[in-house]
Design a protein around this ligand. Structure first.
Ligand code: ADP
Length: 298
């Protein structure tokens, strides 16, 4: 199976004619709420791709927490280790103006209370892949990586959002996945093409054995002990690029947990990412395994 240790959020979205300036009060639309957090999004992405998923995290006792757990459970995700605590659920406050520009404030809340000592090795037994992001405390991510390795799992870090990680940190993971801006932040190189992506991947491979750089509509590149490669993007009509990276991660993790090669796993990831950009929203846009297989055989 797959274990995700990561964030769970409620995204609260209000539409406005324009964003307010400091000190100003504006009226917006009715708010809409969406399930989010990179951890939860990637757990759902992997589950839709046919993975057996366990989600480890923290939510609050404010109503949102129970809603999130119920929602994940209904999709078939094991949330026994996602615990409601006495803190507010992580929330992203998002305002969207007429031009579609977002202003976002994230309040990590309960996610920031997931401590290293909350992780128990029993939860990582019989796990092929551990999937991590950087929306819970870094010490917790480090311990999850160590436990994952000790239990024989492959440990994948989607190093988002970009945080200062040391070479020793990067060495804790088997596979590092970054998008253009993260690749740039971690490598110090300008990344805007497959050529510069592979340069960044090579540089980061000094610390982490396998590095994948996703490049949006330019596909993805990777560098590993077995070699290097380029996966072009599948051509689609993009309507909303939100969660492309999460779809990619879910498909990658499931494919690797099934014992497929890195190259095959990245191809499946790229197909899942392409389908996700053809639909609006985050979790709502994540494709199923059947949809991805059908898309690949078109
Ligand atoms: P993130 O959402 O983390 O920034 P990317 O935008 O790099 O991640 O997207 C992840 C993957 O999804 C890409 O490597 C690519 O294969 C696919 N993808 C993203 N945007 C598009 C697009 N416009 N058309 C086709 N595929 C896309």
């Amino acid at each position: 199976g797959i274990v995700v240790v990561g964030s769970l959020n409620m995204d609260l979205v209000v539409r406005v004619a324009r964003h307010p300036v400091p000190g100003e009060t504006l009226l917006g639309s009715d708010y809409e709420s969406y399930f989010g957090g990179k951890g939860a999004n990637q757990a759902v992405a992997a589950q839709r791709m046919g993975g057996k998923v366990r989600m480890i995290g923290r939510v609050g006792n404010d109503g949102f927490g129970e809603r999130i757990k119920t929602h994940l459970k209904a999709q078939g995700i094991n949330v026994n280790a996602t615990i409601c605590i006495n803190a507010p659920t992580g929330v992203a406050f998002i305002s969207v103006d007429k031009a579609g520009q977002n202003v976002i404030i994230v309040s990590p809340g309960a996610n920031s209370r997931l401590k290293p000592e909350n992780l128990s090795p029993i939860e990582f037994e019989h796990t092929a892949v551990v999937m991590l992001q950087l929306e819970v405390p870094l010490d917790t991510v480090r311990r999850a990586a160590r436990i994952g390795r000790e239990s024989g799992a492959r440990v994948i870090l989607n190093a988002a959002p970009a945080l200062p990680l040391s070479p020793a940190d990067l060495a804790l993971f088997d596979i590092l996945v970054v998008n253009e801006s993260e690749a740039q932040a971690y490598s110090g190189l300008a990344v805007d093409s497959p050529e510069s992506g592979i340069e960044a991947a090579r540089k980061l491979r000094q610390h982490c054995p396998t590095v994948i750089v996703t490049l949006g509509a330019q596909g993805a590149v990777w560098a590993s002990a077995e070699g290097e490669g380029y996966q072009s993007a599948f051509e689609v009509r993009a309507v909303d690029t939100t969660a492309a990276g999460d779809a990619f991660m879910g498909a990658l993790a499931v494919s690797l947990s099934e014992g497929r090669s890195l190259e095959r796993a990245i191809r499946l990831g790229a197909a899942a990412g392409a389908l996700a950009v053809t639909r609006p929203g985050a979790q709502t846009s994540l494709p199923t395994r059947l949809e991805v297989e059908a898309f690949l055989s078109e």
